[in-house]
Design a binder for this molecule. Structure first.
Ligand code: ZN
Length: 447
């Protein structure tokens, strides 16, 4: 390739995606039937499937009662069956038909209840009468069923037989973790919750995107090390944080992935810091992808960014989603199913996350080694006046911006933002200047 072609090349084009949206959807379909909760065999079964995709994924078991930050690992919950039967012995509500029918963490129960007494334990959505709601009672000793409001209205017998065949007993909290070492031991954290039962977008979409992100990162050179955490929401992230002080200290950037499977506009929720590199990198990746999106400020509610961004940690961890929690009618209902999650949306989410991460990985500071006046680019074959060629003009501008701002204070991300140039163009200019000994890569500043 000639030097001119080299200068003109806007940066290597992204290779065609080796992954298909259908591959992500297949993983979602595989995980969908499993009854997950914050502890129990559903999480183990889920992580065992993820290990088929990521054989290096480690599974950790933390015993019930273990103190974790201000919390304690709860008793482990498992469920085998649950039903409400009418007088003829017919299951009118059946856990085997849908695992959302049982309130998560329900204590075992067996007996005959009057309809009036039973109703205190039934949860419905009168506004969405055909949908089963998702309810949990992790930290209250109670039991309950969730059903379509239409089902509730059809209950007209005086008594019903009820059974929840569950156990709530000492056991463990289970989470999965994968570290992909890079050139530096500084880390990018990717975290996804794994505690929802049959809900496809809320939970499984984030898991699928994280799994395929890890598979792709495994195949390429990495400056940063990447740590993937698959843990139950809240208590899982708290457990991971409490056991990983050393890794926590190495986290330079992080993303919580959730709600990435439907075609709604992207939402990036900034870290608590608000101006962390990850906040700027994701915003830039979204702008450059020219996809509908919005960037919102941090708030201490949502997914596990709440824990990573608690003030004691204050990690630069943002949240990438599409339509946010609670803002789509399928949220936390049986309508968040396999039809709601779409292969193309999953794939686009993966590509977006990938481009934000590759931007972070390439982002660094350089020192201009010839800072007194502009270096003679023409002599080095780097300066070509190709009049009227907008790409050439932009490529040259990128060289000049990188040289001008590479004073050790500005990163490539700073330069792309300030020059309003595509990051890939700035990155390519830096690579050229580096190859011509005009730049020196600098270590990342201490956080
Ligand atoms: Zn949820």
């Amino acid at each position: 390739m000639s030097l001119l072609a080299d200068v003109l090349a806007p940066a290597p084009a992204a290779p065609p995606p080796a992954v298909r949206g259908e591959d992500l959807h297949a993983l979602v379909r595989r995980l969908y039937p499993i009854c997950r909760s914050i502890t129990g065999d559903g999480v183990r079964e889920t992580l065992a499937i993820l290990q088929e995709y990521l054989p290096e994924l480690e599974v950790h078991e933390v015993p019930t009662g273990t103190p974790v930050l201000d919390w304690e690992v709860p008793r482990e919950w498992n469920i085998r069956d649950a039903w409400i039967k009418n007088a003829r012995g017919k299951r009118v509500v059946d856990f085997r038909r849908h695992n959302l029918h049982v309130v998560g963490y329900s204590v075992p129960v067996q007996g005959i209840f009057t309809l009036e007494a039973l109703k205190k334990h039934l949860h419905t959505l009168p506004e969405q009468p055909q949908l089963i709601p998702y309810r949990t009672a992790y930290y209250a000793e109670t039991w309950g069923f969730c059903l379509a409001h239409e089902q509730l209205e059809a209950l007209n017998e005086p008594h019903y037989e009820v059974c929840i065949d569950s156990t709530l007993a000492p056991g463990a909290l289970t989470y999965g973790e994968l570290l992909l070492p890079g050139e530096t031991d500084e880390e990018i954290l990717i975290s996804s919750h794994v505690c929802h039962p049959s809900l496809a977008n809320d939970n499984l979409s984030g898991i699928a995107v994280a799994v395929f992100l890890a598979r792709q990162l495994q195949e390429r050179p990495r400056r940063y090390s990447y740590r993937f955490v698959f843990a139950p929401g809240t208590i899982g992230a708290i457990t991971w944080l409490s056991r990983n002080a050393e890794a926590v200290a190495r986290i330079r950037h992080g993303l919580v992935l959730s709600l990435l499977g439907e075609p709604g506009a992207f939402t990036y929720k900034k870290s608590r810091r608000g101006t962390a590199d990850v906040d700027r990198a994701v915003a830039l990746a979204l702008r450059e992808a020219a996809v509908p999106h919005r960037v919102v400020e941090f708030e201490p509610y949502g997914y596990d960014e709440r824990q990573y961004c608690s003030p004691g940690f204050n990690l630069p961890v943002g949240g990438l989603s599409r339509t946010p929690y609670g803002q789509f009618p399928e949220y936390h209902t049986s309508a968040d199913n396999l039809d709601f999650v779409q292969p193309e949306a999953l794939l686009d989410s993966l590509l977006l996350a990938q481009s934000a991460l590759s931007l972070l990985d390439a982002n660094r500071r350089y020192q201009n080694l010839s800072p007194y006046g502009e270096p003679a680019l023409g002599r080095r074959g780097l300066y070509h006046a190709v009049s009227g060629h907008p790409d050439a003009a932009r490529a040259q501008l990128a060289l000049l911006w990188v040289l001008n701002l590479s004073d050790g204070q500005h990163s490539l991300l700073d330069i792309a933002e300030r020059a309003s140039l595509p990051f890939a163009q700035v990155q390519h200019a830096a690579e050229l200047l580096l190859a011509h000994d005009l730049l020196l890569p600098l270590p990342d500043p201490a956080p």
